[in-house]
Design a protein around this ligand. Structure first.
Ligand SMILES: [Zn+2]
Length: 516
C-alpha cells in the first residue's frame, strides 16, 4: 500500500539521520513541518474512520497495543523517539479489514495494519518486527522528508494521493484501483521510501523490537514467511512485498543481526521460555480471530470448522497447551468463531468448551476464550450467560470493558454500563466505540440529551467535527425545548463542547484555504 510502496529514487541518500540513526531535536522549522504533517495525517485518519473496512475490534486492538506500547517505549528509551514528536504525532494504529498482508506508516504518526498480516504471522515477534520497522520510518522522519520533496503539492493533494494509494492497495483489488485510476501510479512514483530509508528502518527497527523484549528471530522468520508466500503466488495478496522487496542484501543483513544478537544473548531462563510459550498460545488465537474478521467467505469458514473437527477428535488433542499443540489452540478457536459466523451456535459452544482446558493455564488466553463466549452469545442474539453475574466495574482491559458493556446492554443493565463507561471515557476521551456504547446505554435509560452528546463525542473522536457539531446542537435544542431533560452541569458541558467544536471547524476551514 501507499506510503509503503516506496520506490523513490529521488530521496537524497545523504539526508541527515539516514546513517546516524539518532535525531536532532526538532527545531523551529521542523516543529512547523511536524504540525503540517500531523494535519495531513488527520485528514487521512478522518477518511479511514469513515471507510467500511476500518475495524475497531477491541480484542485485536488490545492485542496489537500489547505489542505496540513496548515498541514505542523502546524507541523512546533508545532516543529514536523525541518527546516533541511523541506529543505532536498520533502514534495510533488502525486495523483494516483486509486479507492481504500489509502494514504501513502514514503521515502524522498514524499506522495501518491489515488483518491479513496478523493472520499470517506466526508469532508476536514477527508482528513486532514489522511494527518496529514501520515505527522507525516515522521516528527517522522518512515520511516528513518525502513530504518535503512533495513541496509542489498542496497538503490536500498529498492526503488525496495517499488515500488513493490506500484504496488501490486493498486486496490488490483491480476494482478499487480503477477508482483512483492513474493517481495510484502517480503515488507509486512519487511517494516511495528510498533504499537507504528501508535499510535504516530495518536496522533501527531491529534495535527497537529487540530492546522491547521481542525475540530477534522474529525478523528472519517474517522474511522467510514472505519469501514462501511470494513463491506460492503473486496475486496481489502481498502488498507488503511490493513495497518491501526481499533483496538478498536485506535478508543477509537481517540474518547477520539475528546471529549477532543470539551470540550476545544469554541462554533464556526457564521463566522466559514459559512466557514465550504463553505468548504463542495467545498469538495463535488472535491470528485465527483476524482471519475470521477479515471476512474470508463461507467456504473458508466451513473449512475452518472442518479442520477444528479433525483436530478435536480425542486422540489428537492433549491439554494443557504446550509448544506441540499451540497450533491446535488456533485451529479450535477458529472453529468456534467460524461456526458462530455460520450461525451454528451449538457447534461454536462445543468447540469453545474443548478449547478451555487448553488455555486454562494461560490467563490472557483464558480471558480471550471468555470474551469469545460473549461474542458467540451476542451473535446468537441471546443474553450472554455471564451477564447476570459480571461486575463491569472490575473490568480493566479495553476489550473486557467494551465486550462486557455489550453483554450488559443485552441484559438490560444499562445503568451499570453507563457508570463504568463514564469513567472509561473520562480517561480515554478519544475512544469513539466507548462513546457509542455509552450513547446506547443513556438512550436505554431515556437520558436523551446525554445520549445525543455521547454520540456527538464519538463523531468528534473520529475527527468528524461537522457531524459532532450537528449533534451537540441537537442536544442543546432538546434541552431548551424540554428544560427538565438534563441538569445544569450537562448543559454547561454541552455549551463548552459546542463552542470548542465550532472553533475547530473554523480553524479547519482556514487551514483548508491554505492547504488547497
Ligand atoms: Zn519500509
Amino acid at each position: 500500500m501507499a506510503l509503503a510502496n516506496f520506490s523513490l529514487a529521488q530521496a537524497p541518500a545523504s539526508a541527515p539521520g539516514v546513517t546516524t540513526g539518532s535525531l536532532p531535536s526538532l527545531g523551529e522549522t521542523s516543529e512547523l513541518a511536524a504540525a503540517a504533517e500531523r494535519r495531513i495525517g488527520d485528514r487521512i485518519a478522518a477518511s479511514i474512520y469513515r471507510d467500511p473496512d476500518y475495524i475497531d475490534d477491541p480484542v485485536l486492538v488490545d492485542y496489537v497495543q500489547s505489542l505496540w506500547l513496548p515498541l514505542i517505549a523502546a524507541a523512546r528509551a533508545r532516543g529514536e523517539l523525541h518527546v516533541e514528536l511523541e506529543e505532536r504525532f498520533a502514534w495510533q494504529v488502525f486495523l483494516i479489514r483486509d486479507r492481504s498482508i500489509n502494514a504501513f506508516a502514514l503521515p502524522g504518526g498514524y499506522f495501518g495494519v491489515h488483518l491479513g498480516l496478523i493472520a499470517a504471522v506466526g508469532s508476536a515477534d514477527e508482528m513486532a518486527a514489522v511494527l518496529g520497522h514501520e515505527i522507525s520510518h516515522v521516528t527517522q522522519r522518512h515520511i516528513s522528508r518525502m513530504l518535503t520533496q512533495q513541496s509542489r503539492q498542496t497538503p490536500w493533494m498529498i492526503a488525496a494521493m495517499v488515500l488513493g494509494a490506500l484504496a488501490a492497495g486493498k486486496n490488490g483489488d483491480a476494482a478499487s484501483a480503477a477508482i483512483v485510476g492513474g493517481q495510484a501510479v502517480a503515488v507509486q512514483n512519487q511517494l516511495n521510501f528510498s533504499r537507504d530509508m528501508e535499510r535504516e528502518a530495518d536496522r533501527i527497527g531491529f534495535g527497537v523490537m529487540t530492546d522491547a523484549g521481542f525475540e530477534s528471530r522474529g525478523v528472519t522468520a517474517m522474511f522467510e514467511k514472505l519469501q514462501q508466500a511470494s513463491r506460492l503466488n503473486d496475486n496481489g495478496s502481498f502488498p507488503y512485498l511490493r513495497s518491501h522487496p526481499l533483496t538478498t542484501e536485506r535478508i543477509a543483513a537481517a540474518q547477520a543481526r539475528v546471529q549477532l544478537a543470539s551470540m550476545e544473548a544469554e541462554k533464556p531462563s526457564r521463566e522466559k521460555l514459559v512466557e514465550a510459550g504463553k505468548a504463542r498460545v495467545l498469538h495463535a488465537m488472535m491470528a485465527s480471530r483476524a482471519r475470521i474478521l477479515a471476512a474470508p467467505g463461507v467456504d473458508a469458514l466451513r473449512s475452518m470448522v472442518a479442520e477444528a473437527q479433525r483436530r478435536t477428535s480425542p486422540l489428537v488433542m492433549q491439554a494443557p497447551a504446550s509448544a506441540d499443540n499451540v497450533r491446535d489452540v488456533g485451529v479450535v478457536y477458529a472453529g468456534a468463531y467460524a461456526a458462530a459466523q455460520l450461525r451454528d451456535f451449538a457447534g461454536a459452544r462445543t468447540f469453545l468448551a474443548k478449547l478451555r482446558p487448553f488455555v486454562a493455564e494461560v490467563p490472557q488466553a483464558a480471558g480471550a476464550a471468555d470474551l469469545l463466549a460473549v461474542d458467540i452469545d451476542l451473535l446468537a442474539g441471546v443474553v450472554p450467560a455471564t451477564a447476570a453475574s459480571v461486575d463491569i466495574s472490575k473490568a480493566t482491559s479495553r476489550a473486557e470493558v467494551l465486550t462486557q458493556a455489550r453483554s450488559l446492554l443485552a441484559a438490560q443493565r444499562a445503568q451499570d454500563v453507563s457508570s463504568r463507561l463514564q469513567t472509561w471515557v473520562a480517561a480515554h476521551p478519544k475512544d469513539a466505540t466507548a462513546w457509542q456504547l455509552l450513547a446506547v446505554a443513556y438512550g436505554n435509560q431515556n437520558q436523551n440529551v446525554r445520549a445525543i452528546r455521547a454520540d456527538a463525542e464519538s463523531r468528534a473522536a473520529q475527527l468528524d467535527y461537522p457531524a459532532a457539531l450537528d449533534r451537540f446542537k441537537a442536544a442543546q435544542g432538546l434541552m431548551r425545548s424540554n428544560p427538565g431533560s438534563a441538569d445544569y452541569v450537562e448543559g454547561s458541558i454541552l455549551d463548552t463542547r459546542t463552542r470548542q467544536t465550532e472553533s475547530l471547524i473554523k480553524e479547519q476551514a482556514l487551514q483548508d484555504k491554505v492547504d488547497h
